[in-house]
Design a protein around this ligand. Structure first.
Ligand code: ADP
Ligand code: MG
Length: 379
């Protein structure tokens, strides 16, 4: 294995072990995870692999084959949140979060290599955090559960790196199962593996990476989050997940602020779309999921307003070429979309999206089928 061999070249001895954690795409349930709501992600075959050895002298050495620069060396006692450590802040943040929770992590040598595209909305950051957390959990015998590791990884990203993400990405990377989507309740982190065997039904889920990331996204996430919290306060509920879709019209009537009203309508309706998609999957009616995806996209575009011209074009071109449905996935303002398509039409739909991008003068998108893969594991 080249990751282990590269580790040995870097650090002078073989690693104690090698772990892998996947990136993810979210099928449905967007911006619901900071509203205590439901999400339905699946793990990708793309993984971040970490070769790791335990150390007991307080030294943390980090290296990534995917980042410029050499080994980053830190002291575990001196880790400071938001200290501008670049990529190394993600794994260092995991060590910091583990130690802050009282777990005796006394140092490590880490070498990483990843096939998860970075910055494409496919959660290379969560893959990096989760693989680090799982390796340290095993090497230091911490005995933490997958949801506990996901929470600590989220804390690393929120409080050490300084990105206010929800917990979906880390849970998907830590808990997903091959051939399944993960129905996660972000209120209590309970989950169920929902069978999602696309190939058996003659279907494919294409991921379309637009290869753009609009700067607008940075402040927009915090603004949407604040708007949703304002909505929950105005409605007197703990979180928007407590508003039943059947009571949405009445709830909207009680909101004065037009922006908050749009945000509430998105979150409550998207939470309900997760429930509807799961019912369809459980009933073996996977093709019928398509229109629900497209409905979800319209809600993200028109109500939450987190889409962008490139993502809208993917959805429009794919549906016009015969896809069953499509939506942006992840935080929006660029990143990726998912397209549900019959296997025999996949080629044509991909070509139509590529042509639409070329005609619009956009860079060529990256397109690949998402095959529901396994969550984090020791190799
Ligand atoms: P996403 O999670 O959608 O890929 P993010 O902006 O959240 O995008 O995370 C991407 C960042 O995570 C990169 O800029 C880099 O700092 C870090 N990262 C992810 N994977 C790796 C890796 N294999 N090696 C080094 N850094 C990585
Ligand atoms: Mg990320």
């Amino acid at each position: 294995m080249t990751v282990a061999a590269d580790f040995e070249t870097l650090y002078g001895s073989a690693p104690d072990g090698v772990w892998a954690a996947p990136g993810r795409v979210n099928l449905i349930g967007e911006y619901t995870d900071f509203n205590d709501g439901f999400v339905l992600p699946l793990a990708l075959p793309h993984t971040t692999v970490a070769a790791v050895s335990r150390r007991d002298d307080g030294v943390l050495r980090l290296h990534s084959g995917d980042a410029d620069g050499g080994i980053v060396q830190l002291g575990v006692d001196a880790l400071e949140p938001l200290s501008g450590g670049g990529w190394a802040a993600y794994p260092a943040g995991v060590v910091w979060a583990l130690r802050a929770a009282g777990h005796p992590v006394t140092g490590a040598d880490v070498h990483l290599a990843s096939t998860v595209p970075t910055g494409a909305g496919l959660s290379s950051s969560a893959a990096l955090e989760v693989v680090t957390a799982l390796a340290l959990n095993d090497l230091f015998g911490l005995g933490l559960t997958r949801p506990e590791l996901a929470r600590l990884a989220q804390r690393a990203e929120n409080d050490f790196v300084g990105v206010p993400c929800g917990v979906m990405d880390q849970m998907a990377s830590a808990c997903a199962q091959e051939g399944h989507a993960l129905h996660l309740d972000t209120r209590d982190l309970s989950y169920r593996q929902v069978p999602f065997d696309l190939a058996a039904e003659g279907l494919a889920l294409l991921v379309v990476d637009t290869r753009v990331k609009h700067a607008l996204g940075d402040g927009a996430y915090a603004e949407r989050r604040a708007g949703c919290e304002a909505g929950a306060r105005a409605l007197g509920v703990r979180a928007l997940r407590d508003v039943d879709a059947a009571h949405l019209p009445a709830a909207l009537d009680r909101l004065d602020d037009a922006t908050v009203r749009r945000y509430v309508r998105h979150v409550v309706s998207d939470n309900d779309r997760v429930v509807r998609v799961i019912s369809l999957l459980d009933a073996g009616a996977t093709r019928a999921v398509g229109p629900v995806l497209t409905e979800g996209h319209a809600s993200l575009r028109d109500d939450l307003r987190v889409s962008c011209p490139e993502l809208d074009l993917v959805v429009e071109a794919a549906n016009a070429a015969g896809a069953l449905g499509a939506r942006m996935t992840g935080g929006g303002f660029g990143g990726s979309a998912v397209v549900l398509v019959g296997t025999d039409g996949a080629e044509e739909v991909g070509a139509a999206v590529r042509k639409a991008f070329a005609d619009a003068g956009y860079a060529e998108p990256g397109i690949f089928p998402a095959v529901p893969a396994a969550g984090a594991r020791r190799l």
